[in-house]
Design a protein around this ligand. Structure first.
Ligand code: PMP
Length: 316
């Protein structure tokens, strides 16, 4: 789909996957005007396909577009385009229990702009790929390292929206962590350098007894759709969920820590290394709370339990 600044997106068309042409002075290439989304389609036992809360991705893209001075597709346009793309790629949706189809909507300033300004033209496209587990550990616990030099977001910046530059900002710390054998990086706030923010591509939760705490959404962390869903699932399962500033010290005596995201689903954290000190959680699998929440969420996403929340969209 294409649209000019101040205009509306017109209906797009399906195209075979391949390279796209861009003007060298496209806004996205020069000034980072780009946003993306990520969602998954699961195949049910009866062959139908389930999407999980696609309108939430549409809304988040619209909020991001406002921050990045970009026009965005309407919620209906976004959801219809996702459905159409998934149905056209139905054969790539793995069988039940064998993974999912990852869907990547992308919005970019494709028009040419030399001086710093919003691009005059925008392109919205969607591509898909079958995927398995995000971390090489699969659904086993992941090992994080707390980063205290580099930050992914600053107050007033763009950390709260899914813009491409946020991901470039994490590459250095993430690559260094992976080279040392960690699964990913846990970021702290850049003002006090003591409150948890999030991991490079997922949100974080800390469990102590019946209380599950997660950093409040305050502009520097991405409002994850899995995060929001897990908060509701956890409350419905009788847990007390607190969205607040979570000091890094709370990691030291947490019962469990886990991450949430479309790609990682619910991933238990096996250990966190902070200032050279390693804190371990659980024995050698999921902590009980992460296990319970993972089980409810994935069964919902795969259509194995009743969707009382009306979160899934079924395609046949
Ligand atoms: N934080 C960041 C930085 C992310 O990239 C993601 C993945 N979209 C998340 C959190 C989790 O968001 P969601 O649950 O919507 O996938």
């Amino acid at each position: 789909m294409k649209c000019s600044q101040g205009g509306n997106f017109s209906k797009g068309e399906l195209q075979r996957f391949g390279n796209i042409e861009l003007n060298p002075s496209a806004g996205v290439l020069n000034y980072g005007q780009g946003l993306f989304e990520g969602l998954k389609a699961y195949r049910k036992e009866d062959g139908n396909i389930l999407l999980f809360r696609p309108e939430e991705n549409a809304l988040r893209m619209r909020q991001g577009a406002e921050r990045m001075c970009m026009p965005a597709p309407t919620v209906d346009q976004f959801v219809e385009a996702v459905k159409e793309t998934v149905l056209a790629n139905k054969r790539w949706v793995p069988p039940p229990g064998k993974g999912s189809l990852y869907i990547r909507p992308l919005l970019m300033g494709s028009g040419a702009v030399l001086g710093l300004a919003p691009a005059p033209e925008y392109t919205f496209l969607i591509y898909v790929s079958p995927v398995g587990n995000y971390f090489k550990e699969g659904v086993a616990p992941i090992n994080l390292i707390v980063e205290h030099e580099l930050h992914r977001a600053t107050p007033g910046g763009t950390g709260g929206v899914k813009t491409i530059g946020n991901y470039a900002a994490v590459l250095k710390a993430q690559s260094a962590a992976k080279a040392k054998g960690y699964s990913d990086v846990l970021y702290l706030d850049c003002v006090h350098k003591k409150y948890l923010e999030e991991v490079s591509s997922c949100n974080i939760f800390v469990v102590k007894g019946n209380v599950i705490s997660t950093p409040a959404i305050k502009g520097t962390i991405l409002p994850g759709i899995t995060r929001k869903s897990i908060i509701d699932v956890a409350r419905s399962q009788g847990f007390q969920v607190e969205e607040r500033f979570v000091p890094v010290d709370e990691l030291l005596d947490a019962d469990e820590v886990f991450c949430t995201g479309t790609a990682v689903v619910v991933s238990p954290v096996g250990s966190i290394t902070y200032k050279g000190k390693r804190v371990s959680y659980g024995v050698d699998g999921f902590g009980a709370v992460a296990q319970q929440l993972y089980s409810v969420l994935t069964r919902l996403q795969m259509g194995l339990i009743d969707d009382k929340m009306d979160w899934t969209v079924e395609l046949s």
